[in-house]
Design a protein around this ligand. Sequence first.
Ligand SMILES: [Mn+2]
Length: 414
Amino acid sequence: MDHLTPRRSRPHSPRLAPRDDRRAHHPDLTKLRGWRAMQAEADIPGDRWDEERRWALRMGLTGADSIEDKSIPTFARGELPHYAGINTFLKAPYAEDVTEVKHYDATVLGIPFDGGTTYRPGTRFGPQGLRKISALYTPYNYELAVDLREQMTLCDAGDVFTIPANLEKSFDQISRAVSHVFSSGSFPIMIGGDHSIGFPCVRGIAECTSKKIGIVHFDRHADIQEKDLDERMHTTPWFHSTLLPNVPAKNLVQVGIGGWQVPREAVKVARERETNIITMSDMEKMGIDKTAEMALEMAWDGVDMVYMSFDIDSIDCGFVPGTGWPEPGGFLPREALALASKVAAEGLCGMELVEVSPPYDTSDITALMGTRVIVDVLGSMVAAGKMGAHKRHIDKPVTIPHGEFTGRRWSNAP
Ligand SMILES: [Mn+2]
C-alpha cells in the first residue's frame, strides 16, 4: 500500500531527495496526482498569458510609475484584477461581431429566457449570474494540469435576443443562434435560461448535420412530457428533441432522476420511447465510474456525437439554492463534476447549463456551481484531446444573413 512505502524507495533525483528527517515518515508522494500535476505544470506553455498582458498594456495604457510590475496597465483589461472589468464568461473576448465566432474553438452564448418556468422564475438572469462569478476563476486547473487560455480559444458571443412571454419565437431565435455557432465549427456552450431551451438548442445543432446525436441529461426531473400548462415549458424539452429525425430517443440518457417532482405523464413517455433513466440511487449504488461508463455506452450507441444538458438542480438543493425547482437528495458537487467530466472526456458536440436563477441565489453559490460545471467540461475535453472533434460532422452548415452598416456606433471618430 502506498502509505506504507518506505521513504528510501523513492527514485533518486535532486527534486525528490529528502530535505530533512522530519518528513521521513511521509508516504511516496510521487504516486499522488498532487505530485504529478505539480510536475506537469512545467510543460504547459505560457505564451498566451504573455500575449494577454502585452495586449492589456496596449488597450489599457501602461501603469503608473510607482507600480513595479510593468505588466499592470492603467485600465484593467483581461483577467486581472478578478474584481474589475466588464464581465464576459471567464473574461474571454467578447465576439460582438458574431460572424467572428469561427475564429474560436468554443463560444459561450447566453440564453436569458425564463418563459418556460412553471414555478420560480429568474433564470433570465442566469447568463449574467454565471458571467459575473466566472470572473473569479483563472483558466488553469491544477489537478487536470490544463490551462484553457493556453490550450484552446474561447469567446463570449453575448446573449440571444429572446422574446419574453413567447416560447415559440424565442425557440426560433435560440435555434438560429445555436445553428450559427455550430455551423462555424466553434463548440457551442449555452447558458440558460430555463430548461425549455433544451429543445431549441438541440434543434439548432441537429439541423446542421445529417449525423445522429445522443444526449446525456443530468437532472432530478425527466423533462420529457409533451406539454405542461398547455405549452412547451421547461418540463418538455426531450419530448420534442427526440422527435427530431436525427436525435433517437434510445440515445437519451437521463442521470440523477428521482424524488417527488417527476410527473407521471413524463414517465409514460419515457417508457413508450424507451429512453434511459439512471436514478440518483442507481448512481449511488454503482458509483461514479460505472455510472459514467453506462451513460456513455447508451448515449453513444450507434450515433456520431453526444450533446450534454446539465440542469443545475441535479445537484442537491442545499448546494444550489438559486434554481427554479429545488429538490433535495441530488448529486454532491464532487459527484456531479466527476460525472460531467467523464462524459465530456469522450467528446461533445455542444452543451447547455440551465436553471440557474440568480434572484433566488445566495452568495452567487449556484452560479459558481454552474460555472464550475462548464469549465470542468472544457478542461476535460481539452485534457482528452476532444476539443474540435465534432467539426467533422457538420455537413449541412447554415448561413444566416446580416444587416449592412458602415459608420461608427456612438462615436465621433472619423
Ligand atoms: Mn430539473
